[in-house]
Design a binder for this molecule. Structure first.
Ligand code: 7PJ
Length: 273
């Protein structure tokens, strides 16, 4: 499977690692450490050194209950980082945003992938991606980050996630976005209980027949805390286990904080598979 994102072509014959670069003072993890451009850039360089295949730059936390960030503040955080990275690293830069104006500016600054937790549902978002050549990650979420964890309810979580992702992919195709530019993500922790998250990972393979690369983000998430009893800063081992099982269930890209550990673990997976 090949993913086209701007000038990049990723051959997804082995699981790829997307390293998380937070530029957010209130982020769920690494909060406050990478607020400044230079710190975020240094962190990103380190992740590439550790083997990251993609860098995912985010300026607004989407953790449950996070305060929304104003457009200009989000731009001020991420644009300088993307400008430097796109000139200095050889891997695609992804922008984690749902705001069309941020997508447009990030693409102008050199981003090659739009990673949208709202799956291009904001007015103007679809057009922002369609009028470029960047790749796009469509993620499933029930509700909004402010309310999504209050009481998520599904009749059949896997079927509902699959249907949503299929509909959003179809909308992208209709808007002129080539199939090779699209990847799908069930959205772990976004309006899902522990049981929903576990069932989605158990049945991840069933999303493969949609015909698109699958991206999985479980790194340091609360479901791993629920299973291990560990705080967010002590979920490395759980996160690596989750990345390994995701890859074995068919994930083509895993979105992680801990790149070095994940890259090594996935080399073992690839050698054995
Ligand atoms: C995800 C994301 C995810 C995609 C975040 C966190 C919350 N993008 N952005 N998938 N999670 N595609 O990292 O804990 O799971 S922010």
């Amino acid at each position: 499977m090949i993913l086209h994102c701007a000038q990049f072509e990723l051959t997804l014959t082995r699981p790829h690692v997307m390293g998380i670069v937070n530029v957010t003072p209130d982020s769920f993890s690494d909060g406050g450490h990478f607020v400044h451009t230079s710190a975020a850039v240094e962190h990103a360089f380190a992740l590439v050194e550790q083997g990251a295949d993609i860098l995912d730059v985010g300026g607004e936390s989407t953790r449950p209950n996070a305060t929304p960030v104003a457009l200009q503040e989000e731009l001020d955080r991420i644009i300088p980082v993307i400008e430097v990275l796109s000139r200095h690293v050889k891997v695609p830069i992804s922008i984690d945003t749902y705001k069309p104006a941020v997508m447009v500016e990030a693409i102008r600054a050199g981003a090659s992938i739009v990673n949208d937790v709202r799956a291009l549902q904001e007015p103007g978002a679809m057009q922002a991606v369609a009028s470029s050549k960047v790749g796009v990650c469509l993620m499933h979420m029930q509700g909004t980050p402010q309310t999504m964890q209050i009481d998520p309810v599904y009749t059949q979580v896997v079927d509902e996630v699959r249907l949503f992702l299929a509909e959003r992919a179809a909308a992208c195709l209709a808007a002129g976005i080539a199939k090779e530019r699209i990847m799908l993500d069930p959205g772990f922790g976004f309006g899902k209980t522990r049981a929903h998250n576990i069932q989605l990972i158990q049945e991840l393979s069933s999303l493969q027949d949609l015909g698109y690369p699958l991206l999985v983000g479980l790194s340091r998430k609360s479901v791993l805390g629920q299973v291990t009893g560990q705080d967010v800063d002590a979920r490395l081992h759980a996160s690596v286990a989750a990345a390994v099982i995701s890859a074995m269930k068919g994930a083509n890209i895993v979105r992680v904080h801990d790149v070095k550990a994940t890259v090594e673990a996935l080399k073992v997976v690839t050698a054995i598979l």
